[in-house]
Design a binder for this molecule. Structure first.
Ligand code: AMP
Length: 299
């Protein structure tokens, strides 16, 4: 099945203990689409300004990502500035400039097939609700979010959760959203809002999966070098949804494997700044890391 990805396409300025980069390719939809494109055909739904570098558009093309729903609007591309300290699980946002995202509501033309899975990557929940309502996807609907939207738009987020099959969020966000300290209690609270499956990501400590039937835990892949954790969560969501879109059935085995692919793909993402770690990855790199991960976790 095709995967439609809605989210931000951005120019990020990032500072980590291992370097600084200005105005590099970023955005939740960017990481999620590039990651998913290793598994399934992807349709990217987002907006950029007239200042968005053409080389990034060519990169999407080279990866076979359909950009017909990527609007290019007069104005400035979304910009995000953030800083990480040695504990790279927490990004400190220094500035967010919406640019052409201000007032953006995609058209969702009738020609856009609803026979797709949908990944609502991190963006304003009003926009996520709008696209979900217009597209009415036949397949699986997944959603990601962040602390900013839990703070500013909790009501809209809760409305969305009623219609979402899979919510992915990190441990701090799960605690913030639910008001629960324990992650099991947080996942139960989130499920009570209508979500069927919940993935709670814990950075270098791996990820937890909860549904009525299944509980599953994956560690993170052990890396020697981590340069920039930006986009790890979006990459995880893209890989998991990309992999599930390739599967005939959403069963326990495929969900478990989806989580492992999420883990593997985010390990490539954090090894370099921007989406460079993902872009240089090959299908063989993914197979090799997947087998190594199996060896590391078998007992
Ligand atoms: P992550 O590291 O997975 O949380 O995602 C980082 C990406 O999210 C960056 O590339 C940013 O451009 C993008 N981002 C940051 N803030 C927002 C926001 N408020 N809405 C949508 N995307 C955002």
């Amino acid at each position: 099945m095709r995967l439609t990805v809605l989210g931000s396409t951005a120019l990020d300025s990032i500072e980590t203990p291992f370097g600084n980069r200005k105005e590099i390719l970023g955005g939740s939809a960017t990481y999620a689409s590039v990651s998913a494109s290793f598994f399934t055909p992807v349709n990217l739904m987002s907006v950029v300004g007239s200042d968005f570098p053409a080389r990034y558009l060519s990169m999407f093309d080279k990866r076979g990502i359909d950009t017909s729903s990527l609007e290019i609007k007069k104005g400035k591309t979304f910009r995000w500035k953030a800083k990480y300290n040695y504990d790279m699980s927490v990004a400190t946002t220094l500035s967010t400039k919406l640019g052409v995202f201000d007032g953006y509501m995609p058209e969702v033309p009738d020609s856009l097939s609803s026979s797709c899975n949908l990944l609502l990557a991190n963006i304003d929940p009003d926009l996520q609700n709008h696209v979900l309502k217009k597209l009415k996807p036949a397949g699986l609907v997944a959603c990601d979010t962040m602390n900013l939207w839990i703070d500013l738009k909790k009501r809209s987020l809760l409305k969305l959760l009623k219609k979402v099959d899979l919510l992915l969020l990190n441990d701090a966000e799960a605690r913030q959203l639910s008001g629960e300290e324990g992650l099991f209690a947080a996942a139960k609270w989130i499920s009570s809002k209508g979500v069927k499956m919940v993935v709670i990501k814990k950075g270098e400590h791996g990820a937890l999966f909860f549904s009525k039937k299944l509980g599953f835990i994956v560690p993170a892949y052990l890396l020697e070098v981590i340069k920039d954790p930006t986009g790890a969560g979006d990459t995880f969501a893209g890989a998991m949804m990309g992999y599930l879109s390739r599967c005939r059935k959403i069963n326990d085995r495929n969900l478990r494997r989806g989580l492992v692919y999420g883990t593997i793909m985010s390990s490539f993402a954090v090894e370099r700044f921007s989406a460079d770690g993902l872009i240089k990855t090959t299908p063989k790199d993914i197979r090799d890391r997947y087998s190594h991960f199996e060896k590391l976790t078998r007992f």
